[in-house]
Write a protein that binds this ligand. Structure first.
Ligand code: GDG
Length: 464
């Protein structure tokens, strides 16, 4: 069987605890673990003189090959261009972009270094699957080094509309670089269509009779592959987690109050400040919920070295403090704001106990928390998902209470509706969502992507 080579910024080497709170690592590890293969990316270490020779490791099933970064590479490629330009741009936050030419140069240089190291590891029958915005130019660079293997790319985050992408200096090269992949996959049809429009409207390529994007020698197929979760495993964790020590401690501490839960990496795309405002609006408009509801927001620190993330952290601390100051009583605090990560099986137990799951990103590729919350519910007494219509997950989970995350009063109204919703309606909405989740599990996601990638090399497909 052909070997699968995965490329992603961080590699989930066994025992690496730093990676637990992130959608990409979660999606890849569980979906691709059983098939084995080679996982290539950054080690997570910053060193004075990084070697161009990857460090190898193996756990018997998967092999791992990692490179270190220099402080300058980390600053330009990772914190700079990837996370202070591409991330805000692709999440439609033009005002947060901090573009610098030196960062773009560093991004291209790291991609070139990775391509050289990876080319040395590739076997003729390998299939290469590259993940996310850190590696947009990687296939183009691998092709220049003579790599002819099938190479697929999956974007975990949204792809912006052409009008937004064009704010990026040099956006034409970036869009064109994606055409060097055989298959470019997106979370939703909205993202796939935005990419197609970018390529066509900015003159980078055109559609052929098979719907591929063509430019000179390049022929890229595009597709939609919504990331899913392992629903049964998550449901089993949640059931077990119901009686786990931490869940018992949580429920005892609530003394009969209803729980509203939010779980997100500390990231401005997740809309956490607006969500806290929404909870404040709930307490001010529906005073019957005061003392009766507790909001638990679990927010592990993420990308703490990037300026915009530091200021968000301060903003959230001030906001949670202010709202608690305004409404707390000696025996009740409306908001419990945690910066610590919580173990996944424990999270599952917490989700199951929460009457309302609040998932209100301002823009999100998919959002796995929304799916995990649904999977974790008790079928007889399920909670209510309040979901931003700007999350990719809303394309599938349309039986949630869909909200506009920029409208705290609207979100407050949905929380209220969730808190008072009759059991029949909760069950009905939950069943519809649970059915959808069963159609796009994590394993289906990788299987469908890899089958589509293999398909791009069949003679029928290759003939234009
Ligand atoms: C990117 C895209 C897309 C969170 N807190 C803790 C914790 N988590 C876990 C959640 C979930 C994952 O992290 C977060 O996944 P999301 O999908 O919500 O978000 P991103 O990290 O931004 O992921 C996103 C995803 O890639 C996959 O394609 O859905 O749109 O932005 O699994 O449970 N896990 C633990 N403790 C925590 O405190 N253990």
């Amino acid at each position: 069987m052909a070997r699968l080579v995965i490329v992603s910024n961080r590699v989930a080497i066994p025992g690496d605890r730093a990676l637990k709170a992130g959608g990409l690592a979660v999606a890849l590890k569980e979906a691709l673990g059983p098939s084995g293969g080679l996982w290539f990316g950054w080690s997570g270490d910053i060193v004075a003189k990084p070697s161009d020779e990857p460090t190898r490791a193996s756990d018997g099933r998967m092999e791992y090959a990692t490179l270190d970064l220099s402080a300058e590479e980390h600053e330009t490629y990772y914190a700079g261009f990837s996370n202070a330009t591409l991330w805000p741009l692709f999440h439609y936050r033009l005002g947060l972009i901090d573009f610098r030419r030196a960062q773009l140069k560093g991004y291209l240089a790291v991609n070139a270094r990775y391509a050289r190291a990876l080319a040395g590891l590739i076997r003729p029958d390998d299939t290469i699957w590259v993940h996310d915005y850190h590696f947009i130019p990687l296939a183009e660079m691998l092709r220049r080094l003579g790599v002819r293997n099938p190479i697929g790319f999956f974007l975990h985050i949204p792809f912006p509309a052409p009008e937004v992408l064009s704010a990026l200096p040099g956006y034409e090269q970036l869009a064109h670089a994606l055409l060097a992949y055989d298959l470019v996959g997106f979370q939703t049809e909205i993202d796939r269509h935005a990419f197609e429009r970018c390529v066509i409207e900015h003159g980078q390529g055109s559609l052929d009779a098979r719907g591929r994007l063509v430019s000179g020698e390049r022929r890229a197929t595009t597709g939609v592959f919504p990331v899913g979760i392992d629903v049964d495993e998550f449901a089993a964790w949640a059931k077990k987690g119901e009686t786990a020590r931490e869940t018992r401690q949580l429920t005892e501490s609530l003394t009969g109050r209803k729980l509203v839960i939010g779980v997100d990496r500390l990231d401005y795309s997740k809309g956490i400040p607006k969500r806290l405002e929404a909870f404040e609006s709930l307490l001010s408009t529906w005073s019957e919920h005061r003392r009766k509801v507790t909001f638990l927001q679990v927010t592990p620190i993420s990308r703490g070295e990037v300026a915009q993330y530091k200021s968000l952290r301060k903003e959230l601390e001030a906001l949670a403090g202010r709202i608690n100051g305004k409404y707390a009583e000696f025996d009740w605090n409306p908001i419990r704001y945690l910066n610590k990560p919580v173990a996944r099986p424990t999270l599952a137990g917490f989700y199951r106990h929460a009457r309302v799951g609040l998932v209100t990103p301002l823009r999100d590729g998919m959002n796995l928390v929304a799916k995990e919350y649904v999977a974790a519910q008790d079928p007889e007494n399920p909670g209510v998902l309040v979901l931003s219509h700007l999350a990719g997950a809303a394309q599938e989970l349309d039986a949630a209470l869909l909200v506009n995350p920029f409208d705290p009063e609207g979100v407050a109204e949905a929380i209220h509706k969730g808190l008072v919703m009759p059991t029949d309606e909760r069950r009905d909405r939950w069943r519809r969502m649970r059915t959808v989740l069963g159609h796009t599990t994590q394993r289906d996601w990788s299987r469908r992507f890899l089958a589509a990638l293999a398909d791009t090399r069949t003679p029928a497909h290759a003939a234009a």
